[in-house]
Design a protein around this ligand. Structure first.
Ligand SMILES: *Cc1c(COP(=O)(O)O)cnc(C)c1O
Length: 355
């Protein structure tokens, strides 16, 4: 007797590996999930606590207040926005709306580990284009990889886990090369950490184009990873399609309120981002002075291309009190955290090089 049979394509879905937590806060710093190390700001925390009192009610299905806030913040019409439980969920909805069986989705590799999972889950075929020698997107090769079956191209900038951001001129030229029936998805989960003036805000490229969409999240710079809120800024037909397939009532009332409150205290939040950016510069220069070859990072993490020694490095880091994210056989991604945690990283890295 056989039981129900799931889609064979699921066999090819890699497992999402979450960054390991520290066994206890006293023991270790968690630098494995690119979270914001700062506790919630008072206004945000209070908004969430107050919202929790309404837990017996369904949330606002349309996220109207949050959409209004986002519309003002980004200067885009409400019908160009779609909200989901994290920008990963928004990506799932987007692909569900675009992809029919066997359609292709092009993205760089290595990049965000959710991409192959989301593409296969939607019934699509992942087309992975290797990063170049500097761990950057090879946009020419990505454009060359587009076929009649391609529905979307994902550009992760800054790229998780390697760090570099795509330059504005190369991204604009790339978009010109992409046929109009292919959606360019610019995943800007780390946009707030970008300081390189040669980059461009994806929102400026979405304006006036029918095939460019931007994904943003409250999980990283805004410090709401646990509440699951992300959004798309997209041409209205795309935004409507995302809303159509989205899980009803996915984004909780608490999450909607906290996200809205975060927009209201954005200046204070971005102050913290500034401190993390300053720490990133210290970590990058510290590593490079120690002889490491580290790709540029415009995000809140750095990448050590350790190859076969990635897992060993993670073990050494854990011993010293920091949890990092190894990608076996490839490299290690380390989130920029508290200054003390970053100091431990530099120490571990120096010791590791000398062994
Ligand atoms: C963290 C991250 C996201 C956002 O995840 P959420 O689902 O919003 O928490 C999206 N894209 C990339 C590349 C990320 O690293």
């Amino acid at each position: 007797m056989t039981g129900p049979v799931v889609r064979p394509a699921l066999d090819s879905i890699p497992t999402y590996v979450p960054g390991r937590p520290a066994a206890s806060a006293a023991q270790a710093y968690k630098l494995s999930s690119n979270e914001n190390p700062y506790p919630p700001l008072p206004g945000v925390f209070e908004a969430a606590v107050e919202a929790a009192a309404a837990m017996n009610r369904y949330p606002d299905l349309g996220c109207a207040d949050l959409l209004d806030g986002l519309s003002r913040r980004f200067g885009v019409p409400v019908d160009h926005l779609a909200v989901g439980t994290g920008s990963v969920a928004v990506l799932y909805h987007l692909l569900q709306a675009l992809v029919s069986a066997g359609d292709e989705v092009v993205y760089a590799w290595r990049s965000f580990e959710a991409y192959p999972i989301a593409v296969v889950a939607a019934g699509g075929r992942p087309v992975q284009v290797p990063l170049d020698a500097d761990a950057r997107h090879d946009l020419d090769a990505m454009a060359d990889a587009i076929t009649d079956r391609t529905k979307a191209v994902i550009v992760c900038t800054p790229n998780n886990p390697t760090g570099p951001a795509v330059r504005g001129d190369e991204l604009a030229a790339f978009i010109e090369r992409v046929p109009s029936h292919v959606l360019v998805v610019i995943d800007e989960a780390y946009r707030e950490f970008v300081r390189d003036e040669k980059t461009v805000d994806g929102v400026s490229l979405y304006r006036g184009r029918e095939n460019v969409c931007v994904l943003r999240t409250f999980s990283k710079a805004y410090g709401l990873a646990g509440f699951r809120v992300g959004f798309a800024i997209a041409p209205p037909a795309i935004a409507a399609a995302i809303r159509k397939v989205a899980l009803p009532f996915g984004v909780s009332h608490v999450a909607q309120r906290a996200a809205l409150a975060s927009l209201e205290v954005e200046d204070a939040l971005l102050e913290r981002v500034e401190q993390l950016v300053a720490q990133r510069l210290l970590v990058l220069s510290g590593l490079r002075e120690g002889g490491w070859e580290v790709p540029d990072s415009e995000a809140n993490f750095v990448w050590l291309p350790l190859g076969d020694r990635a897992v060993d490095f993670a073990a050494a880091a854990e011993k010293a009190g920091i949890m990092v994210r190894p990608f076996a056989g490839d490299g290690v991604r380390i989130t920029i955290g508290e200054p003390e945690a970053n100091d431990i990283l530099l120490r571990v890295a120096a010791e590791f090089r000398s062994t």
